[in-house]
Ligand binder design. Structure first.
Ligand SMILES: Cc1cc2nc3c(=O)[nH]c(=O)nc-3n(C[C@H](O)[C@H](O)[C@H](O)COP(=O)(O)OP(=O)(O)OC[C@H]3O[C@@H](n4cnc5c(N)ncnc54)[C@H](O)[C@@H]3O)c2cc1C
Length: 449
């Protein structure tokens, strides 16, 4: 899904908020990213209910709560999907089993990278343009490893590794419905052919502003204890990813031992695109949150080293009080609407009243971001709006690490949009094959291509 306009605006109630680019600057690249990932680009809001006209959307109080959808990529193994294009492009050389250890710089410009092969052979790859795209933890670590003082590179190096964010996830309540189908039919994945949508509820921007809250979304997690259905689901998920489950024979036998629910659910899934008809053993309200950027939440270099003798990353991820408050406010509003509409009662969990319980229950979403934040000035960030490190010509960073704030949206679509935008720029400013320092000399082997 895309970020929302409020996610990139400076918000007085969210310290360090505000991207140096508008979301509209990304429109064209978001559309290209949607094509590249194979999602429809039909939006991520209430309009998507039209694809399931047999399901009347729940009438949330729209001054506080809005409809929201995640659309899943139909073929998530992107390496497999895009491999032929890479193999057949004469301008591209992919070198595998090559671990970047540092970025080389000289007189305010990059000159390449240091790479280690599986046999620990050290090789320098010379290039006038380098794009770090190693993930939000590793992007920061590589910049820190490249600096003898272990701070980072460029004029905004002091921000490197700082402002680490993720999407805190917390269960705040149990939802108890008389007719479980009303929520389950609407808030478990909906299918249309290969398209899979996941409906959610989000906080309206107006109420974020009015109450000083962060952006957030909530899902209804349905637990099912029928072992046959769970096994069938594991087999289906594994088949979709073209792999085996951990215990394939046992899973298939378990699924076959529950033919009625498995066949009924298979029929619902493939004919009507609906989720299971089985009664859930429990339903939980789970909130996914944006974070307040915090300079003390950070990646730094650890005293421990990896197999190459380089310092590992040390992660100090912090979650603030605004995140706690946002999850509680949102839970109360969803509970009030469920009650008002006669859909369900809500039993609040200890996380609603006890900060320690909240902090014990929160998890991350594997969505690290913020560690090489984008800014107009090196006083407030590491990379400029063109994703070039402030003050280091030719050295670029792409990934969630450049997000100044992360909204609550799953990050990949925005990461791909930013990558395509950077690729468009580099195609003009540094056309492939004409990079002044751009000779790739991986030297001796040990690498695979
Ligand atoms: C279990 C799980 C589920 C997820 N689900 C979703 C989801 O549903 N939707 C969503 O939007 N996001 C999801 N994410 C997050 C998503 O995977 C990341 O946000 C995204 O992959 C980040 O893209 P990236 O290209 O910046 O980094 P990565 O995808 O992490 O790619 C970085 C690459 O760089 C390589 N690399 C790292 N260090 C070095 C080095 N020193 N030298 C050479 N190569 C290096 C890595 O091997 C890797 O291939 C999920 C993540 C996980 C773990």
């Amino acid at each position: 899904m895309r970020l929302h306009p409020i996610d990139v605006r400076p918000r007085p109630w969210v310290p360090h908020s505000g991207w140096p680019i508008a979301l509209t600057d990304l429109d064209e690249h978001y559309a290209a990213a949607e094509r590249w990932l194979g999602v429809t680009g039909r939006g991520y809001g209430a309009e998507r209910w039209q694809e399931h006209p047999d399901l009347a959307p729940i009438a949330w109080d729209s001054t506080r709560l809005l409809h929201d959808f995640t659309e899943y990529v139909p073929k998530p193994m992107l390496g497999r999907v895009h491999r032929p294009a890479l193999v057949h492009n004469p301008l591209v050389q992919v070198i595998l089993n090559a671990t970047v250890g540092a970025v080389l710089t000289e007189d305010g410009r990059t000159t390449g990278v240091v790479v280690y092969g599986p046999d620990r052979r050290r090789v320098e790859i010379r290039a006038g343009n380098v794009v770090l795209a190693a993930g939000a933890i590793e992007n920061a670590r590589l910049l820190q490893l490249s600096d003898p003082a272990a701070i980072g590179l460029g004029d905004g190096r002091q921000h490197t590794g700082r402002f680490l964010q993720d999407h805190p996830i917390i269960r705040t309540a149990e939802v108890i419905a008389d007719d479980f189908r009303l929520l389950q039919d609407r808030y478990v994945a909906l299918h249309r052919g290969k398209r899979r949508l996941f409906p959610k509820v989000r906080l309206a921007p107006e109420v974020q502003q009015e109450r000083g809250l962060l952006d957030a979304t909530a899902v209804f997690v349905h637990d099912h204890s029928e072992p046959g259905l769970a096994a069938a689901r594991r087999v289906l998920t594994a088949a979709r990813a073209r792999r085996m489950t951990e215990r394939p024979v046992a899973d298939v036998l378990t699924a076959l031992r529950a033919p009625v629910p498995v066949l009924r659910d298979g029929y619902r899934r493939f004919v009507f695109g609906r989720s299971t008809a089985a009664r859930p053993s429990a339903v939980w309200l789970q909130v996914w949150l944006e974070q307040t950027p915090d300079p003390d939440s950070r990646i730094s270099l650890s005293a421990q080293t990896d197999r190459l003798g380089m310092a590992r990353a040390q992660v100090d991820w912090r979650v603030g009080d605004r995140e706690i408050e946002t999850s509680r406010e949102m839970t109360r509003w969803i509970a009030a609407d469920l009650q008002r509409l006669g859909l369900a009662r809500v039993r609040e969990l200890p996380a609603m009243h006890d900060d320690d319980a909240w902090r014990a229950g929160v998890t991350d979403a594997f969505h690290p971001s913020g560690t090489t934040r984008m800014s107009h000035s090196p006083d407030t960030g590491v990379v400029d709006p063109a994703l070039q490190i402030h003050g280091v010509h030719g050295l670029h960073v792409v990934g969630g690490s450049v997000f100044p704030t992360g909204g609550y949206a799953n990050p990949t679509l925005t990461i791909v949009a930013l990558a395509l935008r950077l690729a468009d720029r580099l195609a003009v400013t540094a056309p492939p094959g004409r990079d002044p320092g751009g000779t790739v000399q991986p030297g001796g082997d040990g690498f695979s291509r």
